[in-house]
Write a protein that binds this ligand. Structure first.
Ligand code: CAA
Length: 263
């Protein structure tokens, strides 16, 4: 793998399309997100997004921590000009949004502050049963700075978002699943296997359809319903010009497995 210092990056899987696997790896700081780590995460995501042999990407941390937030030691001395010029919490964090392939967050342990925000910026969150989510910035005299006040209410509703961000309390995996923040909870020992299974399933589908699905679901957050429905219908119609649509439907009718060519 490339020479990253704060993350580990591999591609995994069998078959023509593989999946990227990114492990946040600053164990001594519970994967606290400093600029170096976020720059590497952004670079790795963009490289995997550009890799034609990759269908989707898993982002995970350690068993104890997905990420315990933005690096408090790094931020502590900043004043407004530093934060503004450097684009603190936006320069490299917005990169996740540019990725067009599905990104799965596989969360074990702490996903706090910026850690929760990175997970929410991914397309879906698979949680281990020991996962803990929260936006504890209030305890530091600040507010969430990477989407916590925007994505959390969209995911869990206003009341629970207010509760978490105003009290700084942590939410366990069961509560996160009830609230709709995470797609599923699995035993911690099975988290990576489940994430791999989901990623491997995606690798068997049409990359065009995967990307269009992601783009269309994301539209649900950016536009009124009528616009979103129109966007979806246009993409739906567009896919009928793909070889993969003929292959997928043809294979179903011929009762055989499809062999997508991503064209
Ligand atoms: N930044 C920098 N270092 C961090 C860190 C962070 N966010 N979180 C943990 N660490 C470091 C600790 O300082 C400690 O380092 P040392 O061993 O050198 O002392 C090491 O990681 C282990 O942490 P703890 O000893 O605290 O471990 P614990 O098991 O007792 O507690 C914890 C775990 C509850 C997660 C606790 O570490 C904690 O509360 N961390 C901070 C959580 C937080 O406030 N996150 C929000 C950050 S602000 C933000 O993210 C802004 C934004 O919106 C982007």
């Amino acid at each position: 793998s490339t020479a990253y210092e704060n993350i580990l990056v591999e591609t995994r899987g069998e078959g023509p399309l593989r999946y990227g696997w990114i492990t946040l790896n600053r164990p001594k700081a519970l994967n606290a997100l400093n600029d170096a780590l976020m720059d590497e995460l952004g670079a790795a995501l963009l490289a995997l997004d550009a890799d034609e042999g990759v269908a989707c990407i898993v982002v995970t941390g350690s068993e104890k921590a997905f990420a315990a937030g933005a690096d408090i030691a790094m931020m502590n001395p900043f004043n407004f000009p530093d934060a503004y010029r450097r684009g603190l919490i936006s320069r490299n964090w917005d990169t996740i949004r540019q990725v067009r392939k599905p990104v799965i967050a596989a969360v074990s342990g702490f996903a706090l502050g910026g850690g929760c925000e990175v997970a929410m910026a991914c397309d879906m969150i698979l949680a281990a049963d020991n996962a803990k989510f929260g936006q504890p910035e209030i305890k530091l005299g600040i507010i969430p700075g990477a989407g916590g006040t925007q994505r959390l209410p969209r995911a869990v509703g206003k009341s629970k978002a207010m509760d978490l961000a105003l009290t700084g309390r942590m939410m366990d995996a069961a509560e996160a699943e009830r609230a709709g923040l995470v797609s599923r909870v699995v035993p911690a020992a099975e988290l990576h296997a489940e994430a791999a299974k989901a990623a491997q399933a995606m690798c068997g589908y049409s990359l065009l359809a995967l990307m269009a699905t992601k783009e269309s679901i994301n539209r649900a957050y950016e536009s009124p319903l009528a616009e979103g429905l129109l966007f979806e219908r246009r993409l739906f119609h567009a896919l009928f010009s793909s070889a993969d649509q003929k292959e997928g439907m043809g294979a179903f009718l011929e009762k055989r497995a499809p062999n997508f060519t991503h064209r």
